[in-house]
Design a binder for this molecule. Structure first.
Ligand SMILES: [Zn+2]
Length: 174
């Protein structure tokens, strides 16, 4: 079964390729660092440990995928790309007079997730999450996630960044 550890320098969860007992990452006591059964659990364990020690966990850094092929060598989908149906769905999103789409349409509508969670990637909402809207046109107030809107023309880029970020962190490329 795959094991996952945290790189203590970056705070990023990664798949461990060492045999059990041979991982280069050690605990303070000198034995092998704690391993987990998923990237999610590894990151959660790391955050819990840092917080229990009164330290701030390092932020997860987004890695934007710049590959040009819609399918990667290992058969998984490149997070930058959309299926025809997805593009149709994005094109059908309702806009206001300024060409903006309510974030709710992107989150609940397209991604199937609560707007509250998706708003964490906007500036000033939650410092534990990376800002994924840099250079995009949007409006909204950080204390009112229902107020967020994104320019329709920037919706694909926002979703692509979110997918690339998640793929880099959780291998969860939807
Ligand atoms: Zn390891």
């Amino acid at each position: 079964m795959a094991r996952y550890h945290i790189n203590p320098e970056t705070g990023n969860p990664n798949k461990c390729s060492a045999q059990a007992g041979n991982c280069p990452f050690k605990s303070e006591a000198g034995d092998e660092a704690t391993h987990y059964s998923s990237k999610n659990e590894a990151r959660a364990g790391y955050e819990q440990k840092m917080e229990s020690q009164g330290n701030r966990p390092q932020e997860l850094k987004p890695i934007v995928d710049t590959e040009i092929s819609p399918t990667k060598a290992d058969g998984t989908r490149n997070p930058k790309f959309f299926t025809k149906d997805e593009l149709t769905e994005i094109n059908a999103m309702e806009v206001d007079g300024d060409g903006f789409v309510r974030l709710r349409e992107v989150s609940n509508g397209f991604l199937g997730e609560q707007t509250q969670y998706i708003s964490r990637y906007f500036s000033g909402v939650n410092e534990k999450f990376p800002v994924l809207v840099e250079g995009l046109s949007y409006s909204g107030r950080p204390n009112d996630y229902h107020s967020y809107k994104l320019a329709k023309s920037d919706v694909p880029e926002f979703i692509a960044r979110l997918r690339a970020y998640r793929a880099s962190v959780f291998q969860d490329c939807r």
